[in-house]
Design a protein around this ligand. Structure first.
Ligand code: BES
Ligand code: MN
Ligand code: ZN
Length: 489
């Protein structure tokens, strides 16, 4: 499928999709569309209310063209466009074996071209990479057909730019969805490193991969400790760097646990399969840097991604073990299932020491407690900087990736005190788990004054039309890109 722009609906487009939002203008807009289709306006205005996801199929009287009216609800935001177009085209992908015109003029929605394209292309994503039977249904996205955005002449060049942004965003997201949805035996630390090396080569950013020996030499003891449960798939430490300009350095850290069994503190079996998504933070960091590089944004950005499995082996760390860390602090491992904070501790300390970035943001599927507190609607945000916290909340509000701030007060600090080491990795009280995890991380940022932690446990993996079980969401990529555009360009 190719994406084009045009200024008039061609009589040769067998399918026309016309989105509408609710509001005062709707009736007039539908009246015009009814005239175009050769129908009585009352019929159209009665049958179609432009509710979110509502669609109505009309047949144009003279040509027989199919016209789908697509509802967006009231005052749709970027995420609504993306979700509704994704869902509409996902369900139509096998029947749309012909070119489509998407008319953005009739509903006065030309400003949303980027998100229309983003949603359209996300509909091309499919689960089932490991299925062996060939799917030979017609597929719009694999065909030579066009999707043509119909816009006004004045807006055509502006829209062409927006289309490019939508395409780059969606292509990155689709790659990241596939990565997060990949089974753990298809994305071992080595395979994840290869993915990033390939991405860096394709899109123009630098990637360093430190293997176990090099991690040892660097002193990444906390990462290595978690990795000891996986002799065959040893940990990797990835550093991604994109320099598109002379901005202050943006530092990102992502939790890259390619599978979390819990280790010796083994998790219960139910839904443990979902723990293949425990690298959702790493995916957000990799996706953001790939997208920033594709868009050639004039910023300097460094991503640090510790990657490991959390498995069980004779050599695996045991509850009560004391381990070292890159920062030099000793850690008592109360529970081996609190592994994310261990590898992030090394990631954060490494980033601070080697790059001293202006800002440090880490993303991690870190705690079940985050889901207890916020459910699946928002990530938890913990930050030592009010301005940064507000920037991230606002950026996510705009992209539809909600985040909600939790306190980082020192009231919670003592809960992480260890009798035998500098700090322990789990509080003895089963309360405020998302906060105490963040207090643990705070110990390893070396008093950096501009740090934020996003606990994305509830939002990295979720329900969607892609499948009957949970699947990847690519949460964080649009949020971070939007935040970078707002504050670093
Ligand atoms: N990866 C999990 C957190 C998680 C849980 C992410 C559910 C997504 C969905 C993390 O490593 C973990 O195991 N956290 C435990 C810690 C506790 C058992 C010590 C938790 O929060 O339940
Ligand atoms: Mn765990
Ligand atoms: Zn985990």
């Amino acid at each position: 499928m190719n994406i084009k722009t045009g200024t008039e609906i061609s009589a040769h487009s067998p399918i026309v999709v016309i989105p509408f939002s609710q509001g005062e203008l709707l009736e007039g807009q539908l009246t015009a569309v009814a005239a175009f289709a050769g129908m009585k306006p009352e019929i159209v205005t009665k049958e179609f209310k432009a509710e979110a996801k509502e669609s109505l199929l009309l047949f144009k009287q003279d040509s027989g063209q199919k016209i789908y009216l697509l509802g967006l609800g009231k005052a749709p935001k970027s995420a609504d466009f993306i979700k509704i177009f994704r869902s509409f085209f996902y369900h139509k992908r096998n029947v749309s074996d012909a070119s489509v015109a998407i008319d953005l003029v009739s509903g006065q929605l030309e400003d949303a071209a980027e998100f229309v394209v983003n949603g359209l292309l996300l509909a091309s994503y499919k689960l089932g990479a490991q299925k062996t039977h060939r799917d030979d249904k017609p597929d719009f996205f694999k065909s030579e057909f066009d999707a043509e955005l119909i816009v006004s002449t004045e807006k055509q060049s502006e829209v062409a730019q927006a289309v490019k942004a939508g395409v780059e965003t969606a292509e990155t997201q689709v790659r990241i969805l596939a990565l997060v949805d990949a089974p753990a035996n298809y994305k071992t630390p080595q395979q994840l490193a290869d993915f990033v090396l390939e991405s860096g080569k394709s899109f123009g950013y630098k990637v360093e991969v430190f293997d176990e020996k090099q991690c040892e030499a660097l002193g990444l003891h906390a990462l290595l400790a978690v990795g000891k449960g996986s002799i065959e798939n040893p940990p990797k430490f990835l550093v991604l760097e994109y320099k598109g300009g002379e901005s202050k350095t943006i530092g990102l850290v992502g939790k890259g646990v390619t599978f979390d069994t819990g280790g010796v503190s083994l998790k219960p079996g139910d839904n443990m399969n979902y723990m293949k998504s425990d690298m959702g933070g790493a995916a957000a960091v990799i996706g953001t840097i790939e997208l920033v590089a594709r868009l050639k944004l004039p910023v300097h950005i460094v991503g640090v991604v510790p990657v490991t499995e959390n498995c069980i082996d004779g050599l695996a760390i045991k509850p009560g073990d004391v381990i070292g860390s890159y920062a030099g602090k000793t850690i008592e491992v109360i529970n081996t299932d609190a592994e994310g904070r261990l590898i992030l501790a090394d990631g954060l300390a490494y980033l601070k020491k080697n790059y001293n970035p202006e800002v440090m943001i880490d993303l991690a599927t870190l705690t079940g407690n985050c889901i207890m507190a916020l459910g699946y609607a928002a990530s938890a945000l913990l930050s030592n900087n009010d301005a940064l916290a507000q920037q991230l909340i606002d950026a996510g509000q705009e992209t539809g990736e909600k985040t909600w701030r939790m306190p980082l007060w020192d009231d919670y600090k003592d809960m992480m005190k260890s009798d035998v080491a500098d700090i322990k990795n789990l509080s003895s009280a089963p309360i405020a788990g998302a906060i105490t995890a963040a207090k643990f991380l705070e110990t390893f940022i070396d008093e950096h004054p501009n740090w934020a932690h996003l606990d994305i446990a509830g939002v990295a993996f979720g329900d969607s039309e892609y499948g009957s079980m949970k699947s990847a969401t690519a949460y964080g990529i649009r949020l971070l890109k939007n935040w970078i555009v707002r504050h670093y360009l």
